[in-house]
Write a protein that binds this ligand. Structure first.
Ligand code: SAM
Length: 206
């Protein structure tokens, strides 16, 4: 079932073989309660409790591909959720910092993910302002829909670093990739529409 899902994701336009391999290596059903495992290999987001979701596999693949991760890259993920996206980033050899706003999900994933052998650095708090104490990052991935482009996040990128973030209303968002081409210069690319749960916090939806 996982092979078929990866084929489906590739057919939707994901070309980076390393991203597809990472998704092949990571059983997505581990992130589902037993009674829901039959949904694990559908290309759909799924509820994980607390009103939140594990992102759609295509979305995970798309955002990951856009980061163009090299082993050793320092990546900040905003919105730990189930930990699936963080595990994919670790599969690609990234040094992962992940921040979650919801205390229950933070506590749950901080225990669960290391049991699978994935050990990012976990933080609880408002990631809409990034994680300045550990900046700068080679990449920042935001896995919740932001109302606008948070300048704090751009500041926390290294030169050459990339921010991948969905921006829009609380139903649908345009995916943006911002690249910090020089200290005061950003290049911006817009992609298709996606649908994420809202980014909360000071620079998110209050
Ligand atoms: N990356 C997750 C995964 O692989 O399961 C999917 C995350 S879900 C679509 C979005 C997550 O962002 C939720 O867990 C939500 O609580 C979290 N979130 C929302 N606003 C946040 C904020 N300001 N800082 C950190 N996390 C936030």
């Amino acid at each position: 079932m996982r092979k078929l899902l990866i084929k489906e994701v590739a057919a939707k336009g994901i070309k980076d073989q390393r991203v597809l391999e990472a998704m092949m290596n990571l059983p997505r059903h581990y992130f589902f309660d037993d009674i829901f495992v039959t949904h694990a290999y559908e290309d759909k987001a799924f509820p994980i409790g607390q009103g939140q979701t594990i992102s759609q596999p295509y979305t995970v693949a798309f955002q990951t591909e856009q980061l163009e991760i090299k082993p050793g890259d320092k990546i900040l993920e905003i919105g730990t959720g189930s930990g699936y996206q963080a595990a994919i980033l670790l599969e690609l050899g990234a040094d992962v910092y992940t921040i979650e706003y919801n205390k229950v999900l933070y506590e749950k994933t901080k225990i669960f993910l290391p049991q699978l052998g994935y050990k990012p650095r976990f933080f609880h708090g408002d990631g809409s302002k990034g994680l300045p104490d550990f900046a700068p990052y080679d990449g920042i991935i935001v896995t919740a829909g932001a109302p606008s482009l948070p300048q704090d996040l751009v500041k926390q990128l290294k030169v050459g670093g990339k921010l991948i973030i969905p921006v829009g209303n609380n139903k649908t968002q345009v995916m943006y990739r911002l690249t910090k081409v020089a200290e005061n210069k950003i290049s911006k690319k817009a992609f298709n529409n996606f649908s994420f749960v809202p980014l909360r916090g000071e620079k998110g939806w209050k």
